[in-house]
Design a protein around this ligand. Structure first.
Ligand code: SF4
Ligand code: SF4
Length: 417
């Protein structure tokens, strides 16, 4: 997979920064802390210093780098086109950017989440806790209490993958955590697609986008997960690959970008956000498959969804007759979920989501749609902590709930959140 960068590569990218500061007002951590070392410009200088051995990796230096949310907002406004994501990913892979106390915890998390079997066991345990009410025994601020608070009322686990289909028109990429904890999202995607004429096929192995490992600086794990994904996805060379979660789409694009094989590049070219694919299918088929919406909803657009994908998602939602879709603003620019930021730095993550939740509560909606799982989990836990009467679901679940049943009697699935 992608080669490890050298210190010289990092220095070359970092030297592109002209220190103009245009990026500063766009950076969520700078907005929150008002501290240069928590800004893109400050972090680039820290990487320069570490790469040139002119700076020691003190706990403060490591924390400032580790606080970066990888939201990409700085890169999108940088007039000098500093490849910030590549620089920060590279720094995480080869420099001591993680605080020592976090390294062991991350390694353990990485090992647990890499195994689909362990994920399934964790999901079953969480479901048992929920059903028996045992989860209430954990304090809301304990690790277990916080984890349970992320999950929907009803945890749905994938039992099998869709069979190989010679007539398939698209591959669906659910994401490992979706299949383990919120399979309902995938089921909704499949039903909506089928009504619009999509013939789905699913990878026969559980695949991971490696987003979490990329954020943790785990180069070997990122590489092995990408190799597995490319081997499986390249077996269906003509099908578009529809990513269900915006975070998976972004991570796959980034992790495959530096890959040195033609196969990886071809897989990357076939990636498409699922809302874009469904919108295109809708535009081709145009038939009223949705029942009218009865109440307004809000949608939160995570950092991982591009401007074009945002437009497609909103257009798709507006195909529901009578839809009133409020788009939540960006607050500080990121909800704070960001890889494992919500577990590693929960206070910062909660401070980042707070103004967004206040905005959602002020809108008076009972449902908020979020197309990325980490963000949805972080929002859900914070809404519950505030006893806010708002359910979090994926846009596909909301669309699935409005899918007309075959006898056109009304809407279909029930959203549990
Ligand atoms: S906008 Fe770009 S060039 Fe200017 S300080 Fe930020 S990263 Fe450096
Ligand atoms: S990626 Fe986001 S959090 Fe990190 S420096 Fe850039 S704007 Fe700030």
């Amino acid at each position: 997979m992608a080669k490890l960068p050298t210190r010289e590569d990092l220095t070359k990218d970092a030297d592109l920064c002209v220190k103009c500061g245009v990026c500063l007002p766009h950076c969520p951590t700078f907005a929150l802390h008002n501290d240069e070392t928590e800004s893109p410009r400050g972090r680039i200088a820290l990487v320069q210093g570490l790469a040139n051995n002119q700076l020691s990796p003190t706990p403060k230096v490591r924390e400032s780098l580790d606080h970066c949310l990888s939201c990409g907002r700085c890169e999108s406004v940088c007039p000098a086109q500093v490849p910030y994501s590549r620089l920060m990913d590279g720094a995480r892979f080869i420099l001591p950017t993680t605080p020592a106390r976090t390294v062991r915890k991350r390694r353990l998390t990485a090992r647990l989440l890499k195994s689909p079997r362990i994920l399934r066991i964790l999901a079953q345990l969480a479901r048992m806790f929920r059903r028996t009410g045992l989860h209430k025994a954990f304090g809301p601020d304990s690790a277990a209490g916080r984890t349970i608070a992320w999950l929907p009322e009803s945890i749905t686990i994938a039992r099998h993958t869709l069979p190989v289909n010679a007539g398939a028109t698209a591959l669906i990429f659910p994401g490992c955590l979706t299949s383990a904890f919120e399979q309902d999202i995938v089921d909704c995607a499949v039903r909506i697609g089928e009504r619009l004429g999509v013939v789905w096929q699913e990878p026969q192995k559980s695949l991971c986008c490696a987003g979490l490992y990329q954020h943790m600086g785990e180069h070997a794990a990122t590489g092995s997960l990408m190799t597995m994904a490319v081997d499986e996805l390249a077996a269906h060379p003509h099908l578009p690959i529809a990513t269900v979660l915006s975070g998976c789409g972004k991570s796959l694009r980034e992790n495959l970008a530096g890959a040195d094989t033609r196969r990886a590049a071809q897989v990357r070219e076939r990636l498409v956000d699922i809302h874009t694919l469904l919108l295109q299918s809708f535009d081709r088929k145009f038939e009223p498959v949705f029942a009218p919406a009865r109440e307004p909803v809000a949608v939160y657009l995570p950092c991982s969804i591009s401007a074009g994908q945002q437009q497609h998602l909103i257009r798709l939602l507006n195909h529901v007759p009578g839809a009133q879709v409020h788009v939540i603003s960006r607050g500080f620019g990121c909800c704070g979920a960001a890889g494992d930021n919500m577990t590693t730095y929960p206070d910062t993550a909660d401070a980042l989501v707070e103004p967004l939740i206040t905005e959602a509560v002020g809108l008076g909606v009972s449902r908020i749609l979020i197309p990325n799982l980490g963000c949805a989990w972080h929002w859900r836990a914070n809404l519950r902590r505030r006893n806010a009467p708002i359910t979090v679901c994926h846009p596909l679940q909301w669309l699935g709930a409005h899918l007309k049943t075959n006898d056109h009697a009304g809407a279909g699935a029930i959203i549990n959140g």
